[in-house]
Design a protein around this ligand. Structure first.
Ligand code: ADP
Length: 210
C-alpha cells in the first residue's frame, strides 16, 4: 500500500493533520499512540522497562513514570539509548501488525522522530513534514499540556531542527503562527488529494506488473 511518513516537531500539528487524513479515508498508524499504549498500565513494555530501569521507573498505578524517565533520558544519552532499545522493537512489532491489517486509501505512519531515527526513509513512499516556527510550537504545547516552556524547550532541543526536517521532506504542510485551523485543513486536503492520486497510480502500476 502507498505510504506516507508524517512527521513534525512537538506541537507542529501532526496529530491534527493525521486526524483529518483518517476521517478522509487514510489508514493512520500513530507510533506515538502505540508507544503510549505500550507504556500504560498492562502495556507490553512495562515488565521489560521494570527490568531495565528498576521498580522506580514504574508508578504505583503500573504505568511508566514519564516524568522520572524524561528527567533521566534527557540528561543522559546512554539512558535514552537503553529506553529506545526496549521500546523500538516493541513499537516496530505493533506497527507491522497494524500495517498488515490496515485498510484505507493509503497508509500514514505518524512518527514524531522520523528524521532522527533514520529507519523510516526506506519504509515510506513520501515524507511529509508539518512545519512550524519554534515560538508557536511552545505556545501550542503549553496550551495543550501545561508543561513549562523550559521543559518544552528541552524536548525541542532533543528533536531534529526545523532545517533538518525540511531537508528530507517530499511534502511540507505549513502550520506556523499565521495559520488558522481552516487553512491547515485546506493544506492537508490538498496533500490528501495528491496522495490519493499517487496511491491509485501506484496500484495501477503494480497491477500491470503482476
Ligand atoms: P503534535 O501532534 O505535532 O504535537 P498537535 O496536532 O497535537 O501537535 O497540535 C498541538 C495543539 O495545537 C493541539 O491542541 C492542536 O489542536 C493545536 N493546533 C495545531 N495547529 C493549530 C492551528 N493552526 N491553529 C490553532 N491550533 C492549532
Amino acid at each position: 500500500m502507498f505510504s506516507i511518513g508524517l512527521t513534525g516537531g512537538i506541537g507542529s500539528g501532526k496529530t491534527q493533520v493525521a486526524d483529518w487524513l483518517a476521517q478522509w479515508g487514510a489508514a493512520v498508524i500513530d507510533t506515538d499512540q502505540i508507544a503510549h499504549a505500550l507504556t500504560a498500565a498492562g502495556g507490553g513494555a512495562i515488565e521489560p522497562l521494570r527490568q531495565a530501569f528498576g521498580p522506580q521507573a514504574i508508578t504505583a498505578d503500573g504505568c511508566l513514570d514519564r516524568d522520572w524517565m524524561r528527567e533521566r533520558a534527557f540528561g543522559d544519552p546512554t539512558i535514552r539509548q537503553r529506553l529506545e532499545a526496549v521500546l523500538h522493537p516493541l513499537i516496530d512489532q505493533t506497527v507491522q501488525t497494524r500495517a498488515a491489517g490496515a485498510q484505507g486509501l493509503y497508509r500514514v505512519y505518524v512518527v514524531p522522530l522520523l528524521v532522527e531515527s533514520g529507519r523510516w526513509r526506506d519504509r515510506v513512499d513520501r515524507i511529509c513534514v508539518v512545519d512550524c516556527d519554534p515560538a508557536t510550537q511552545v505556545r501550542r504545547v503549553q496550551g495543550r499540556s501545561g508543561l513549562t516552556p523550559e521543559t518544552i524547550g528541552r524536548i525541542m532541543s532533543a528533536q531534529a531542527s526545523r532545517e533538518d526536517r525540511l531537508a528530507v521532506a517530499d511534502d511540507i504542510i505549513v502550520n506556523d503562527g499565521a495559520t488558522d485551523l481552516d487553512a491547515l485543513r485546506r493544506r492537508s486536503w490538498s496533500c490528501h488529494q495528491s496522495w490519493c492520486d499517487l496511491a491509485s497510480r501506484s496500484l495501477r502500476g503494480s497491477a500491470i506488473h503482476d
